[in-house]
Ligand binder design. Sequence first.
Ligand code: SF4
Length: 90
Amino acid sequence: TYVVTEACIKCKYMDCVEVCPVDCFYEGENMLVIHPDECIDCGVCEPECPPEAILPDSDPEADKWLELNKDYSEQWPNIIAKGEAPTDAD
Ligand code: SF4
């Protein structure tokens, strides 16, 4: 899985959310997180993150953020589901 880390805090970019093929980004208290059970490890989001907050869980820096990503994913809404519904219906 990929993990969102400290540099995401207060970041306003949503580029990662837009490229994720499985919509596994969730809102957190003050940052976005990735649901570790839903991420398919494609890596597409990593280069799209302007502050370089997204790391693979193999990165030593990611380790201490993994549990937070999991907790927030379970407690906060999915960022896509919560956002405005797609309006391609009309
Ligand atoms: Fe989504 Fe792929 Fe990033 Fe996982 S690695 S959060 S599946 S874009």
